[in-house]
Ligand binder design. Sequence first.
Ligand code: 5GP
Ligand code: ZN
Length: 115
Amino acid sequence: MRDDNCIFCKIANGMIPSETIYEDDMFRVILDLGPASRGHALILPKQHYKDICDLEEETAKKVLPLAAKIGSAMKNSLGCAGFNVVQNNGKEAGQTVFHFHVHLIPCYEEGPVMV
Ligand code: 5GP
Ligand code: ZN
């Protein structure tokens, strides 16, 4: 199911161009437009789920292994020392786009690196 009014549905399904770093049949991983650090990425399912409570089991089962895979790749490609996995649910929790997504935020030894 997709939502015609949802920007992440459009990005995830290639209707709006994005800086894609990974894609498979269920997910697209893009660079965040307002990064918290260099290489900040977002895992977007291609189907529309508004938050973690709305996720289907098949998607839920795949999203953490994908976060681990992309995070490991970030360590090699960006040289980050670690990474945060962040996922907001609800306006009060900081969610601003109501299409489930997972933030992958690289952390560098020297502290936040923006470019
Ligand atoms: P949330 O606050 O909902 O957890 O995270 C939404 C994230 O999406 C924010 O970090 C914001 O910078 C990012 N974002 C919002 N709109 C766009 C967009 O059109 N393209 C990309 N690449 N990122 C976006
Ligand atoms: Zn959506």
